[in-house]
Each structure stands twice: as structure tokens, then as C-alpha cells.
Design a binder for this molecule. Structure first.
Ligand SMILES: [Zn+2]
Length: 490
């Protein structure tokens, strides 16, 4: 490995030797650091020791006590041996939303699936530390991030395995093969008796589903080969949102780091039931496994951890600070209503494409309208006429039918015409964009109102009802012209 960590003068090989020397010094001073010394590690060597469960517990509680304005500390479950799964929620909690009133972005990070992959766990810790201490130091960039973003960080998932310095949890299960996504369908190692058979993975999945289902970034931290892996582990094919993953890869390589970024199946080896494939395939998150390079047999590092992992931290900051882009972001450029049709021009400002998008219309009486209408169709195989919805699909709307829905590629625009025959469209109602954030089937749907200022109603004998409000304004003008001194319409 030839990575040069930002600020760190040591090459990977030199670092490794230095760390081995450090480890042998530690070993010669203290006979059994794994078993006993970790509990009492003094803070002064925090930057060089890997966390035990005990020192992590002290650190996260100290943060919560010291910075209640930005740190919520939760217990979101227990390990099989009953250790707490500490969850840090970091944001500027004085505001529930972004300054513009929209919902904050949500980042989800976990570390320590594998108890002997300490640098991965430390990277999760360093991300939390970077934002907490940066906020405390008044760094404007970090204050801005925490005003708009929530970080949810579970630093050490496998606390039992961490303190035993082993990959497995106490039941000898590989937690990163225990998720309910094609569980146990690859040649694999110790996936457990069933998907989510282990308390650690079950708690993690519950948190994903109940607290952060709308996250637009999920990073799970490991060590091994220095690499970032995106889905799939299960298949060699590129994921549906390959455009977004490739954009991130190219941007990181151009501006931040040469870390290899690949599909996990090809970059590493086929693996199933991982939290990464679950995060993307079931939750619909943009997901990376972040693997720092490997020093599994060591207890600490001679180079300060924040320097040792400086380049990796730079990549994390990039992913967090640009989270707004990791989904489709549709904006209507123009919307013209004419003869029961809606001519639509839409731009996607995000780095993810969407293939399932449509408009919905809320009329002034509270009724919802979607594209399509009822048509008499002759069903030849049944020999009869039937009424069908022209945009009807097996489970609802089929958005791939022309006039029913549309797609917009990342950073691109689309012009389309949607069939709104029969909908009582007037300027009193409201159009909404309804679409999936990403291409992957599991990705979340959003429903965003269309800015009224881009909506244009064309006259033209379409049978469109004049909007009552327009009528009222018209009458008001007429009356005002007749009696210009009458002020009652103000
Ligand atoms: Zn791992």
C-alpha cells in the first residue's frame, strides 16, 4: 500500500514498522494490555490506542455531557453479552429543520462489525470527533454542516468481539454476513442461524428502518484492503445507481484521494448478507463499505490516529458535506396546462437519476388526481369491452407508459407531456412532483410541491373551468374601475 495520509510523512510500510515497534514497546511495558490495561487506558494516549468498549463508553458519555446542544446519546440495543450499543446523534438540535425550513439531511454511519478491525472503528470515532470538536471550536464550516445535517453514528457494533480482538461476535457469527439481503446465498463464513439472528445486527436494522429510513448516505467502516466498496457484494453487475457511484469515485479521485472505489463483488470477492447490500438493496441508501488498511494484530498506532486516517477523514467530509446531491433533486422549470395535457420541463440537480417520476394534482376541494383516464378497451382474448385506466399497472400507476410518468437522468433535464384528462385543474390547486430518490427499487419516494410561479394555464376551448380566484380578481378589477374610490376590495 502506498497511501500517503494527509499530514502524515510516513509511508504505509514505514507506518507499519513503526506501529510494530510501538506494539513491542507496549508489550514489553505491560504484560497483558488486551485483557486488562484497556479498561484503564489514560486519555493521554487516546490518539494511539484503539478503543475498548470501556473507553468508548467514557468518551461518548463525556461528549453527551459536555455538548448537549449538539450530542444526543442513545442506547439502541445490546450486544449478545449485554454491552450497550451507543448511538450518537449529532446536529444543531436548537433547530428542527434547515434554516430554509426543509428537513435536515440524514447521514448514517456504523463501525466495528468486525471486532478485530480497529482502524475502521476508529474512523467512525474520528468522524464524530471531527464534527463535535469542530463545532465546539466555532469552525464555521462545521457549524453550517450541523445546521443542515444530522449525523447518526454507531461507532462499535460488535463490542464483545472488539474487546476479545476477534472478527466474530460471541456466538462466532460474522455480523457482516447476518443481514437480511440474500442471506447465506454465497460461499461465506459463519453467517449465523438465520438473517438477523444476532442482537447486534437486529438492533442495527431496527434503527435503520425506524429512525433513519430517509438517510441519503450510509457508510459502514471496516479494515482490510485500502478500498471503498459500493454495491453489490452479491452480484458482479453494477448497481442501478452506478452513475452516482461512478460520479463519487471520479470526484474523490480528482480532488481528494487515490483510494480504489469499486463494486464490492469485483473489488473484493462475492459476499452476501452484508450491511452494505442491505443498506442499498433493502433501505435504498447510497452505501459504501469504507475499508482502511489493515493492522488487525496491533493494539495501537505510533502515528496519531487523526493523522493516520486524515485522508480517509477527508473523503468522509466530502461525502457528508455534499449529501444533498446523493439523490435525485427534481425542479420544475416550466409547467403548462393545455387541453387536459400537462407539458412539463424538469431538471434534476442531483447526482442520482430517477426512473419513476410523475406529477400529482391536488384540486381545490382536496381531491387528488394522477395521470391517465378511463378508456373503453376491447379485450380480444375475452371477446368483450372493458373499462381500463390508461396508466393502470398491476399495483397502481405504471409510470413507464408514455403520458403517465417519466425519468430524469442525473444532472440532466427532461421534457414530457402527461395526460391529465378530466382533472379539474385551476390556479386554486397545487401540483406535486412525486418520485423515487434513486433508481434502485427500494429507494424512498418523495412528494414535493411545484413552485406555483412556473405553472401556466393556457386557454383554448379545453373545457377548463376558470379559476374562482381569477374570476374574483376580474370582477374586483371591473368594480374598481366603475367606482375607483371604493376601497372595499383591499
Ligand atoms: Zn470487516
Amino acid at each position: 500500500m502506498t497511501t500517503i495520509v494527509g499530514g502524515g510523512p510516513l509511508s504505509g510500510a514505514m507506518r507499519r514498522w513503526a506501529a510494530i515497534i510501538l506494539a513491542s514497546l507496549i508489550l514489553s511495558v505491560s504484560a497483558a494490555p488486551v485483557a486488562t490495561a484497556q479498561i484503564g487506558q489514560p486519555d493521554i494516549i487516546q490518539e494511539h490506542w484503539y478503543h475498548s468498549y470501556a473507553t468508548l463508553t467514557l468518551d461518548v458519555n463525556a461528549w453527551a455531557d459536555e455538548y448537549p446542544e449538539i450530542v444526543n446519546l442513545l442506547v439502541v440495543g445490546q450486544t449478545e453479552l449485554g454491552r450497550n450499543l451507543w448511538m450518537l446523534q449529532i446536529s444543531d438540535w436548537s433547530e428542527e429543520t434547515k434554516p430554509d425550513g426543509t428537513a435536515k439531511e440524514v447521514v448514517y454511519i456504523d463501525g466495528g462489525h468486525h471486532g478485530n478491525e480497529h482502524l475502521g472503528t476508529e474512523l467512525a470515532f474520528l468522524v464524530a470527533e471531527y464534527y463535535i470538536e469542530g463545532w465546539a471550536d466555532g469552525e464555521q464550516e462545521i457549524i453550517d454542516v450541523l445546521a443542515t445535517t444530522e449525523l447518526h453514528i454507531l461507532i462499535m457494533l460488535n463490542a464483545d468481539g472488539n474487546d476479545l480482538d476477534t472478527r466474530w461476535n460471541v456466538n462466532q457469527v460474522d455480523l457482516n454476513r447476518n443481514y437480511d439481503h440474500y442471506w447465506n446465498t454465497c460461499p461465506t463464513t459463519q453467517p449465523g442461524s438465520a438473517a438477523f439472528s444476532e442482537s447486534e445486527t437486529l438492533a442495527n436494522s431496527i434503527y435503520m428502518n425506524e429512525t433513519v429510513p430517509h438517510a441519503d448516505l450510509y457508510i459502514t467502516m471496516h479494515t482490510g484492503v485500502w478500498i471503498m466498496l459500493y454495491p453489490w457484494g452479491k452480484w458482479p453487475e453494477q448497481p442501478s445507481d452506478w452513475e452516482m457511484f461512478h460520479f463519487i469515485r471520479d470526484d474523490v479521485h480528482t480532488n481528494i484521494s487515490d483510494i480504489p472505489i469499486q463494486n464490492a463483488n469485483q473489488g473484493l470477492y462475492p459476499n452476501c448478507g452484508t450491511s452494505r447490500d442491505y443498506g442499498y438493496g433493502v433501505m435504498g441508501y447510497p452505501t459504501f463499505t469504507f475499508e482502511t488498511d489493515d493492522e488487525q494484530w496491533l493494539l495501537g498506532t505510533v502515528e496519531a490516529l487523526s493523522e493516520r486516517l486524515g485522508e480517509e477523514l477527508g473523503v468522509m467530509n466530502y461525502l457528508i458535506e455534499n449529501i444533498w446531491y446523493w439523490r435525485a433533486r427534481l425542479v420544475v422549470d416550466s409547467l403548462e396546462v393545455e387541453d387536459g395535457k400537462v407539458h412539463l420541463s424538469v431538471s434534476n440537480l442531483g447526482r442520482a437519476s430517477t426512473s419513476n417520476a410523475t406529477l400529482a394534482y391536488l384540486d381545490e376541494d382536496g381531491g387528488w388526481w394522477v395521470p391517465g383516464g378511463i378508456e373503453e378497451v376491447y379485450l380480444a382474448h375475452l371477446g368483450l369491452w372493458d373499462e381500463v385506466h390508461t396508466c393502470g399497472g398491476e399495483w397502481g400507476l405504471n409510470l413507464s407508459i408514455p403520458g403517465c410518468g417519466f425519468g430524469v437522468n442525473a444532472t440532466n433535464s427532461t421534457v414530457t407531456t402527461l395526460d391529465f384528462r378530466g382533472a379539474p385543474i385551476s390556479s386554486e390547486g397545487q401540483f406535486y412532483l412525486v418520485y423515487q430518490k434513486r433508481v434502485i427499487d427500494s429507494s424512498m419516494w418523495v412528494n414535493e410541491s411545484v413552485n406555483q410561479s412556473v405553472v401556466e394555464m393556457k386557454a383554448g376551448g379545453s373545457g377548463l373551468l376558470p379559476a374562482p380566484s381569477m374570476l374574483l380578481v376580474f370582477v374586483a378589477f371591473a368594480l374598481a374601475a366603475i367606482n375607483s374610490r371604493n376601497r372595499k376590495f383591499e
